[in-house]
Design a binder for this molecule. Structure first.
Ligand SMILES: Nc1ncnc2c1ncn2[C@@H]1O[C@H](COP(=O)(O)OP(=O)(O)OP(=O)(O)O)[C@@H](O)[C@H]1O
Ligand SMILES: [Mg+2]
Length: 112
């Protein structure tokens, strides 16, 4: 079981969510976050103007998936979230040591 975190531009969320739904994912968590990358939040356009330097608003999507689906999910995220400009975001994958579906007690992939 693998967790994929994708930190993306807020205006890409709907498109990315639809593309992920098409892959048949069973769940998704979205967080409103602030962050910066290599440019440290400077000179990155936000809604047509320059945002305050430093942190910029981003959305972090989190999906926990069966590990064999990682390549497809990462490809889909990369394609759907790309605008071709700085600040498009990042994708991180990490192992999940346990997953539990609380209502049923299912564990591991069964819990997803
Ligand atoms: N190394 C990192 N660790 C944690 N979060 C990161 C890291 N790099 C980027 N992020 C998060 O991803 C967001 C988008 O990063 P961004 O796309 O600007 O990365 P970048 O390396 O500067 O690439 P680009 O040159 O394309 O802008 C940041 O605002 C931050 O929230
Ligand atoms: Mg950047």
């Amino acid at each position: 079981v693998t967790r994929i975190e994708a930190i993306i531009q807020p205006h890409k969320v709907e498109e990315v969510k639809e593309e992920l739904a098409r892959l048949g994912l069973t769940g998704l968590t979205a967080h409103e976050v602030k962050g910066f990358g290599r440019q440290r939040g400077q000179k990155e356009l936000y809604r047509g103007g320059e945002y305050a330097t430093g942190f910029l608003p981003k959305v972090k999507l989190e999906v926990v998936i069966p590990t064999p689906l990682v390549p497809r999910v990462v490809d889909t995220l990369t394609r759907a979230a790309r605008g071709g400009r700085i600040g498009d975001g990042k994708i991180f994958a990490s192992p999940v040591i346990e997953a539990v579906r609380i209502r049923t007690g299912d564990r591991g992939e069964e819990a997803l």
